[in-house]
Design a protein around this ligand. Structure first.
Ligand SMILES: CC(C)(COP(=O)(O)OP(=O)(O)OC[C@H]1O[C@@H](n2cnc3c(N)ncnc32)[C@H](O)[C@@H]1OP(=O)(O)O)[C@@H](O)C(=O)NCCC(=O)NCCS
Length: 168
């Protein structure tokens, strides 16, 4: 797939994947308040503290993208670029409930995976998160490990990996 370069310009979603007008832009520290709200709604027990949110919005070596609808932040993804390991890690992705199943996560992942520019991408997900696991499986992620009792409450994490060169 040919993707537009990451930048501050407007990035149009693929009309085949969605009929709603959302835009994807780079995120920055000014998004911290909106990101905190999204985290609390999307992740509950797993929501990151503000200091971590500021880190993900400002530290170098991170691809951070927000989905906007009518200037409201409705989705966010971050990817940690680890060139020495030839690896990108998707560290968080969330979409507000009222904007789900519209292709926003797929678009965020397309751009984040491309923006990290690494041959392998990994992420972890709660074992019970069937919706997210289905999304990742459809995108070519495969199960490579289990981290026992990784999450708050003791649930296991599945570690998933995607080889970018295996995807047409
Ligand atoms: C997981 C999440 C990011 C998906 O966002 P989204 O914008 O709704 O995803 P998309 O619309 O791009 O979904 C693409 C496909 O993934 C699959 N999918 C996504 N959510 C699903 C769900 N809840 N149940 C089943 N399949 C799902 C579907 O195949 C979907 O295509 P379809 O709608 O045509 O059937 C969103 O549900 C979310 O924010 N959840 C809470 C936070 C979270 O769990 N993040 C992941 C942590 S690892």
């Amino acid at each position: 797939m040919s993707l537009p370069p990451l930048g501050s310009q407007r990035m149009e979603p693929n009309p085949a994947e969605t009929s709603i007008p959302f835009e994807i832009h780079k995120a920055g520290w000014r998004d911290v308040r909106a990101l905190r709200r999204l985290e609390e709604v999307c992740f509950d027990l797993d929501a990151w503290p503000v200091v971590d949110l500021l880190g993900v919005l400002t530290l170098p070596g991170i691809v951070r993208l927000k989905a906007l609808m009518e200037n409201e932040l409705v989705g966010f993804v971050a990817g940690d670029v680890r060139p020495r390991e030839h690896l990108g890690w998707i560290t968080t992705i969330g979409v507000l409930p009222q904007y789900r199943r519209m292709g926003i996560a797929n678009q965020l992942l397309d751009l984040c995976e491309a923006g990290m520019g690494q041959p392998k991408v990994r992420l972890c997900v709660r074992k019970s998160n069937v919706g997210a696991i289905r999304l990742y499986a459809q995108r070519g992620y495969q199960h490579v490990a289990v981290w026992n009792h990784y999450y708050n409450g003791g649930e296991d994490a599945l570690v998933l990996e995607k080889h970018m060169d295996a995807i047409s």
